[in-house]
Ligand binder design. Structure first.
Ligand code: BDR
Ligand code: CA
Length: 314
């Protein structure tokens, strides 16, 4: 079976970190062309460093890491240290990694890599604000025919927002970039809070990471213990939602998920509902479907897959 070519764009973040580790554990199925980073959960200087720390944690030295945009297209950067801690991946060991940051700008790397690929061949996996991806689309629209699909984490409908009453963090931070992406015409698969709130790292699941016995499993447990506290208090749950790994899990086993083809339009006008994903789930408008809105998941199957891949790492 040929490996799926993917480009990951992220803002680590503990759940981005677990997303990267899941991808690292599945390199027999995924050809990771690069990791691009964006400002989001923490400022860019930390997200690019965190991506490199997670590469070293996972024993990955041959995937290049790039830094992209340090602020959203039109708005001031909003970060989420209250969730992820001051370093973004608190719980993991924080240090300046040896793995170098590439000098090329992430947006240039995305454009160059996608333009160098055959038509319909590359899958983009964004798990942070969509600034880099939106910029790449504006900079070189010819990338669109070469993109196979975009599998992103962002948005919310039934769950409501986690950053404002109407908006999920990734879309809220850069709604203008999200608007460009959702109008770009590529096939899009969305992992919104409606599905990510179903994959919760309970105390039992968190302990299971450490029980794998490897260094990555221990680090994932430590990150989850830090990360869970915020959402446990907010939602009154045992554990927090493991948002970003849903993207990679979907690429590895789409049968774990259930979704519906719908129109998603991004609110960019009203300050009250800025960044809302206006999702026409019941087809009450004549707006054409532009995304698959994922709303169901086999959570136990998801954690079985995650543990199996993390068990392969150092
Ligand atoms: C999203 O926002 C970030 O805090 C997480 O990393 C995830 O990508 C969830 O709303
Ligand atoms: Ca993220």
């Amino acid at each position: 079976m040929s490996r799926k070519a993917i480009l990951i764009d992220c803002d680590p973040g503990q759940d981005d970190a677990v997303m990267l580790l899941l991808a690292f554990g599945a390199r027999d199925a995924l050809d990771i062309k690069g990791i691009t980073t964006v400002a989001g959960n923490v400022p860019l200087a930390k997200t690019q460093r965190n991506a490199r720390i997670i590469c070293e944690l996972g024993g990955v030295t041959d995937v290049p890491v790039y830094a992209g945009c340090d602020r959203p297209m039109m708005r001031h950067l909003v970060t989420a240290e209250q969730v992820h801690g001051h370093e973004g991946i608190d719980g993991a060991e924080i240090y300046e990694p040896d793995l170098p940051l590439q000098s090329q700008h992430a947006v240039d790397y995305i454009v160059e890599t996608v333009m160098g690929a055959p038509d319909d061949s590359i899958t983009l996996v964004p798990t942070g604000p969509l600034t880099n991806i939106g910029m790449a689309v504006v900079r070189e629209p010819r990338i669109l025919s070469r993109i196979h699909e975009i599998v992103l984490m962002g948005g919310a409908m039934r769950e409501g927002g986690n950053t404002t009453p109407s908006a999920e963090f990734n879309i809220y931070v850069d709604p203008h970039a999200a608007d460009i992406v959702f109008r770009c015409g590529c096939p899009i698969v969305v992992m919104p809070l409606d599905v990510t709130h179903q994959v919760v790292t309970t105390a039992t699941r968190t302990a299971a990471f450490a029980a794998l016995g490897n260094r990555v499993g221990k680090s994932v447990q430590a990150m989850m213990e830090f990360y869970n506290r915020f959402d446990e208090e907010k939602y009154g749950t045992d554990g927090g939602p493991l948002h970003d790994p849903c993207t990679i899990a979907y690429l590895l086993n789409p049968t774990l998920f259930r979704g519906k083809s719908v129109n998603v339009t991004i609110e960019t006008q009203s300050e009250l509902t800025m960044g809302a994903t206006v999702t026409d789930f019941w087809g009450v408008t004549d707006r054409a479907p532009n995304a698959v809105w994922v709303h169901g998941v086999n959570a136990d199957g998801f954690f079985d897959l995650l543990n199996a891949k993390i068990a392969r790492l150092p």
